[in-house]
Design a binder for this molecule. Sequence first.
Ligand SMILES: Nc1ncnc2c1ncn2[C@@H]1O[C@H](COP(=O)(O)OP(=O)(O)OP(=O)(O)O)[C@@H](O)[C@H]1O
Ligand SMILES: [Mg+2]
Length: 257
Amino acid sequence: MAYSFAAKLISVSKRYSDVTAVKHIDLEVKKGEILGLLGPNGSGKSTLLKMILGLVKPDTGVINVLGVNLEADPFAVKKRVGYVPEGSYIYEFLTGLEFLDFAGDVFQMNLDEKKKRIEEFLKALDLEGREGDLISSYSEGMKQKILIISAIMHKPELLLLDEPLNSLDPKSARIVKDLLRKLASQGVATVMSTHVLEIAEAMCDRIAIMYDGQLLALGTMEDLRQRAKMPNSGLEDIFLELTGTGDVKPIVEELLR
Ligand SMILES: Nc1ncnc2c1ncn2[C@@H]1O[C@H](COP(=O)(O)OP(=O)(O)OP(=O)(O)O)[C@@H](O)[C@H]1O
Ligand SMILES: [Mg+2]
């Protein structure tokens, strides 16, 4: 189906009892772009990703994913989206291979293709030889790698990644970063939350800064520099300026009193 954006959100909000996690967000995710989602803890990043996935239902607004209205047809796009949740929630009682096999079946992958892709990914991410061990025996980084493989191996058109590079060693992080850039060049759209501003600055085509459930700024690094009136600054300074969280010195001094 022809569609112009990988995801389009119009005035999307979500409230959990007395906390409004996301407040009337409008956002368009372009095909082939890596969009970085930044924001302080609790600013609504994970909630936003879960709504684009269809895991959390918005209270207001419309979400269109890959040309499909999520509310009208929530299952139509599931196969075309990959998701890495935050905090490596994963079935600990399966082996890595069993989990990937299961994920491939959920996405209805062709059996030969599934086997081939799993082998390639296990090798690339240094998990070869450990795929038969229970996930409960894996390190955090190994669990994270299994989740990343399960999100990518079925060749989704939209990737929703919640802090995907947390706990990866430098080599694996590099492989995943290169892979995401390559996928972007093939037209895959990625929305990726991260607290690692160097990663956002180096990898993302555009950056969205959330604050208290709202979209504070959205654009390229150049756009954000202009917006913050900080023409020569890096993302960390711009982020701290825009979110008003820059002046940490009194806090540290208070703690050490
Ligand atoms: N299931 C839930 N029930 C109640 N409140 C929730 C739930 N999920 C999130 N919230 C609240 O919604 C707000 C946004 O949470 P969210 O997890 O989206 O933030 P975040 O930007 O991903 O934060 P972090 O950087 O810590 O991952 C927070 O105030 C949080 O307490
Ligand atoms: Mg989160």
